[in-house]
Design a protein around this ligand. Structure first.
Ligand code: NAP
Length: 345
């Protein structure tokens, strides 16, 4: 790899409010050389996740923040192009946190986790519906929400990568799924393709009024990706023994001041409800179970998914802005290269 360039995007500034392209800086450095126990990975696809916004802030979280001047952290899939690690061969597809760059020198474990992908499957599946996103839906709904057949499950951020899977899992478990999403096209996809019973366009409709109509017996599970007013409306309509699964709160990620908490939280007392957060990486011991289940449902056509694939590493900051502007139709990915070594048929 002598004389080859490794393009990188690094974190240049801690964002104030909405993330901006100028919060990142572009660099060209030599491709790293690997030591014993490492592989050299050519990044192929980058995953864009709302959590990345939190990693850019210097405040306590479940992982350390990205340091200023460090390569922007991101989940990705890549191909091994050089190996000094017995279990990894040149040509293997791998996933890990290789960041916004063309090449990474990595080893198993540590911050740049490395895992092999199964052969013969599109690698993007393992960043989306069969990767951490799908696993978030799987463990969040099944373990934290614990759906019971016949229950009503309401999902915010419902047309997104995580939310769309949650609703379809709810259906597989014999529940009614009602989604809340931004815009007519996203709502249409939810009811016409993903099989949700109804979808509420929060940009043009009153979420509270529509939830009252659609959930006359209350909400049994509210799976929240958004927070704010939508969370408050759902708490107000909880059924007895209702559960609020706190997966995320994207409406606040780019705000300088944390919004006030829901003022009607005492409805949890009246309804004997439960509100619980979770982080998917806590289920690492059960990832294999989740991946196999998700893969099975995807291959059977019982879970539909969309991938929104942008192109070119130079567009990494713009692609992050798409996610926070709600422009993504499904899992937000960025393709940065074709596999340099042809994949087996
Ligand atoms: P996604 O839903 O595919 O994309 C983000 C979506 O959020 C956008 O398409 C947009 O949809 C919506 N959005 C953006 N800004 C918003 C705002 N200000 N107010 C309301 N909605 C807004 O992304 P994802 O990766 O699947 O993540 C969804 C949620 O899951 C996030 O909250 C994320 O942090 C959380 N998450 C949690 C875990 C965990 O371990 N707890 C793991 C992964 C993800 P609309 O067009 O519908 O507004």
């Amino acid at each position: 790899m002598k004389n080859q360039i490794n393009r990188q995007w690094r974190l240049a500034a801690r964002p104030k409010g909405m993330v901006k392209e100028s919060d990142f800086s572009f660099h060209e450095v030599p491709v790293p050389t690997i030591e014993e126990g490492q592989v050299l990975v050519r990044n192929l696809y980058l995953s864009f996740d709302p959590a990345q916004r939190g990693w850019m802030d210097d405040r306590p979280s479940y992982v350390p923040p990205v340091g200023l001047g460090e390569v922007m952290r991101a989940g990705s899939v890549g191909q091994v192009i050089e190996s000094k690690l017995p279990d990894f061969a040149v040509g293997d597809l791998v996933q890990g946190t290789f960041g916004w760059q063309d090449y990474a020198a990595v080893k198993p474990g540590g911050p740049l986790v490395l895992g092999k992908l199964p052969q013969g499957m599109p690698p993007t599946l393992f960043l989306g519906v069969c990767g951490l996103t799908g696993l978030t839906a799987y463990f969040g709904l099944l373990d934290v929400g614990r759906p019971i057949p016949g229950e009503t499950v309401v999902i915010s951020g419902a047309a997104g990568a995580t939310g769309s899977v949650v609703g379809q899992l709810a259906k597989i478990k014999g529940c009614r799924a009602i989604g809340i999403a931004g815009g007519k096209d996203k709502c249409r996809w939810l009811t016409e393709v993903a099989g949700f019973e109804a979808a509420i366009d929060y940009k043009t409709e009153s979420v509270e009024e529509r939830l009252k109509e659609l959930c006359p017996n209350g909400i049994n599970i509210f799976f929240d990706n958004v927070g704010g007013e939508i969370l408050e409306a759902a708490i107000g309509l909880l059924a007895n023994k209702g559960r609020v699964v706190l997966c995320g709160g994207i409406s606040a990620y780019n705000q300088e001041q944390a919004p006030p908490g829901p003022k009607n939280y005492l409805n949890l007392v009246i309804r004997r409800g439960r509100m619980e957060g979770f982080i998917v990486i806590d289920y690492i011991e059960r990832f294999h179970e989740g991946e196999q289940s998700m893969l099975g449902w995807v291959l059977q056509g019982r879970i539909k998914h969309q991938e929104d694939i942008q192109e070119g590493l130079e567009n990494a900051p713009k692609t992050m802005l798409r996610l926070f502007g709600g422009k993504n139709q499904g899992k937000q990915l960025l393709k940065i290269a074709e596999p340099p070594i042809p994949l087996p048929e």
